[in-house]
Design a protein around this ligand. Structure first.
Ligand code: MLT
Length: 259
């Protein structure tokens, strides 16, 4: 079992786990970590294998999900609210399939339920070859124009730099494993009927990677879901509009009665 490094803030029995996207690390949740750690909440942001402080790699969403369950075992956390950004959302769906009884709620940020189509899958494998040949930097270079909105890309160099800095915390092995895992992930929409906890769906209005239409489809398909669209943000909402993401999560958490 892989032991995950993690950041933690606050203390209490109400535990919220923030799962990062690709090719990021727990640092993508820096703004949320402290801001959400109020009112008896403990916020945990793990690094998946090959990202940030966790060595190694994993090549399936199930492995990532089981590593998070192992982390929760170690922390003595029975039920948690699980938040996943983009690839972290794919991990959250795998967690919901494999560890449903441990879920108190689901927060899906700039993510989607569907599997890769043939073209997207081929693109992942091509990217693995390029990363092996040219170095891991090609991955974020190729993704950057679609990670943030055009306004951010052209007018907010500090935000772009923060995205690049956090993306620099992934290893080549971690990146190859995650691309393999994303290419192989199943369609999670058929699992919606088994998800019996409240969900919050958050999406940047200009998200080019997992657009608003995907978020709307998740919110419509999940039994008890709320949708929040964040203006003036692309895919990387926690970098582009951190306060708005925090506010959306905080408001929704306050409405959850018993953990
Ligand atoms: C992410 O932000 O985690 C990735 O862009 C998701 C993906 O490539 O499907």
């Amino acid at each position: 079992m892989t032991h995950l490094a993690y950041e933690s803030a606050g203390s209490g029995d109400d535990i919220v786990v923030l799962v990062h996207g690709f090719p990021f690390t727990s640092a993508m949740w820096r703004a949320q970590l402290d801001a959400l750690a109020t009112d008896g909440r403990r916020i945990i942001a793990p690094d998946l294998p090959g990202f940030g402080g966790t060595p190694g790699s994993a090549a399936s969403m199930d492995e990532y999900a089981d590593a998070i369950a192992g982390l929760l075992d170690g922390l003595g956390a029975a039920r948690v609210v699980l938040a996943g950004f983009s690839m972290g959302g794919y991990v959250a769906f795998a967690f919901a399939r494999r560890h449903a009884g441990r879920l108190r709620g689901l927060i899906l940020v700039d993510t989607k339920a569907g599997a890769d189509g043939e073209e997207a899958r081929a693109g992942r494998y091509a990217m693995i070859e390029r990363a092996r040949a040219e170095g891991k930097g090609v991955v974020v270079d190729a993704m950057l124009p679609r990670l943030v909105s055009d306004a951010t890309l052209n007018g907010r160099p500090d935000v772009v730099q923060a995205v690049l800095d956090v993306a620099g915390g992934a290893t080549l092995d971690g990146i190859v494993g995650a691309l393999t895992a994303m290419a192989a992930r199943p369609d999670s929409a058929p699992d919606f009927r088994g998800i019996n906890v409240p969900s919050l769906v958050i999406v940047g209005k200009e998200d080019a990677l997992t657009p608003v239409t995907d978020a709307e489809a998740m919110a419509a398909g999940l039994a008890d879901a709320q949708l929040v669209v964040i203006p003036e943000a692309g895919h990387a909402t926690t970098f582009e509009q951190p306060a708005a993401v925090t506010a959306a999560i905080d408001t929704w958490l306050r409405a959850l009665a018993d953990w």
